[in-house]
Design a protein around this ligand. Structure first.
Ligand code: MN
Length: 441
């Protein structure tokens, strides 16, 4: 089911792009994530690129250089377009052919003629700007962290538990595509309707409880026909890769509107994703066994498979940082709010795909899943500020002494992610940054 390790995962591999070999680089030669970019502030067309060190390899330029052939060339032409949907639709064989061809061109023993040709296709990341990397047809946001679900439930009732369906269903709501933006997104605090505790009628005002949610975004590769469920053991054929995702959330609006039909305006005003998509092949070394404790319900048969048990979990390390307007002005830097790993999730990505399609729902190349807020079991592992501060009852203190119960205008929230494991390279996701502006109302 999962992708076998191969020479592109070799920890000793080095690139002639020196910055890719620097310790702590997010983009060593073992990573090779995809994005859509152009030179910042230019009128250039957006096109596909691959990260290597502190550079973007411009695939639109590369396909003119006679350095690729066969399936890798076909894949590169699709991955060079201003939206990656056609590349996603090509499937695993094409994705892997391009990865392996780029690895050969970028490794430090590549022929000199190849190095000269490829060097002309590099654009410094410092000079690049990015856009949403595919036309997203549908966006579904899951709810798959039991620690997040328990933290939220215990805010209402200290002895509270998750709703009974949580332990049986990788549940989700259908989200909104129109307001998904790439890192750098700035949005206005939403106006909305909320019911204050004990009040007889709701009031209309700017959101007073603005929050972020630390999530991963899962990019669907190959789709499925309506009526044809994707069985869990074939889910990997339909998943292209993963990015960082911040599901901004208006808690006061959410708690009033969400029963009985789920989140609506509380979630539809902005979602921020990182530009780089790390492929499932790059993530292969960081898979782990997925376990369901014996005192918890075991998954129904359509959500159960040996390969999912063996390697369904992903150890992706994640951090949330907050940079207030004051910290930005005084250049004192962002403060880390929390850190955790995706490996703690109650449901795996393969289970999300199997469940989403079980009733016949079709997925299309470029559809996006949110993982749901990722919170770990320990202190400081919560993926939303409502959990960290217990709904502002115990505010967090930033490095410069400022306090936060919820987000304030001018706050920027940064998500970071990476994988590391003894005997393997460290690969990173780059960053997702979004900034809250004052309400327009
Ligand atoms: Mn969410």
């Amino acid at each position: 089911m999962s992708i076998a390790l191969n020479h592109t995962h070799d920890v000793h591999a080095r690139s002639w792009v020196e910055s890719a070999n620097a310790p702590g680089s997010d983009f060593p030669i073992q990573n090779l994530p995809h994005a859509v970019f152009r030179r910042a502030g230019s009128a250039e067309a957006f096109r596909g690129g691959v990260a290597i060190g502190d550079q973007v390899l411009d695939l639109a330029a590369l396909v003119t250089k006679q350095q690729l052939d066969g399936l890798a060339l076909d894949a590169a032409k699709a991955a060079a377009l201003p939206a990656l949907n056609d590349f996603f639709a090509l499937g695993n064989a094409a994705w892997t052919a391009l990865r392996h061809a780029l690895f050969d061109l970028l490794k430090n023993d590549s022929p000199i003629a190849a190095v000269q040709a490829v060097r002309e296709c590099l654009v410094p990341q410092a000079e690049a700007e990015y856009t949403v990397p595919a036309r997203i047809g549908d966006y579904t946001d899951f709810y798959t962290s039991i620690d997040h679900a328990l933290n939220i439930s215990r805010l209402m009732n200290p002895d509270g538990d998750v709703t009974p369906n949580f332990r049986w269903i990788p549940t989700a709501y259908h989200g909104r595509v129109s307001t998904i933006g790439v890192s750098g997104q700035r949005f206005h605090r939403p106006m909305g309707q909320a019911m204050a505790p004990g009040a007889k009628a709701p009031t209309y005002h700017a959101c007073a409880r603005l929050d972020y949610e630390l999530e991963l975004g899962v990019w669907i590769g190959k789709g499925n026909a309506q009526g044809d469920a994707i069985p869990i053991e074939r889910a990997d054929e339909h998943i292209f890769g993963i990015c960082l995702l911040n599901d901004w959330s208006a808690r006061d609006i959410q708690f009033w509107e969400m029963a009985p039909l789920g989140p609506f305006l509380a979630k539809n005003f902005a979602t921020t994703i990182s530009p780089w998509i790390v492929t499932m092949e790059a993530l292969a070394p960081y898979r782990q066994a997925w376990t369901r404790p014996s005192n918890e319900p075991q998954p129904l048969a359509y959500l159960e498979h040996a390969a999912n048990r063996e390697s369904g979990a992903l150890d992706i390390r994640l951090e949330v940082w907050l940079e207030s307007e004051k910290a930005r002005r005084e250049k004192t830097g962002p403060s880390r709010l929390s850190s955790t790993s995706f490996r703690h999730q109650y449901w795996t990505v393969a289970q999300m795909v199997a469940h989403h399609t079980m009733g016949g729902c079709s997925l299309n190349p470029g559809d996006l899943f949110g993982s749901g807020t990722i919170s770990g079991p320990g202190e400081g592992e919560a993926g939303a500020i409502i959990e960290l501060t217990r709904a502002a009852q115990s505010p967090v203190t930033l490095a410069n002494g400022e306090q936060r119960g919820f987000l304030e205008d001018g706050d920027a929230v940064l998500l970071r992610g990476w994988c590391e494991k003894p005997g393997h390279a460290r690969i990173g996701f780059g960053e997702s940054r979004g900034t809250v502006l004052a309400a327009k109302g």
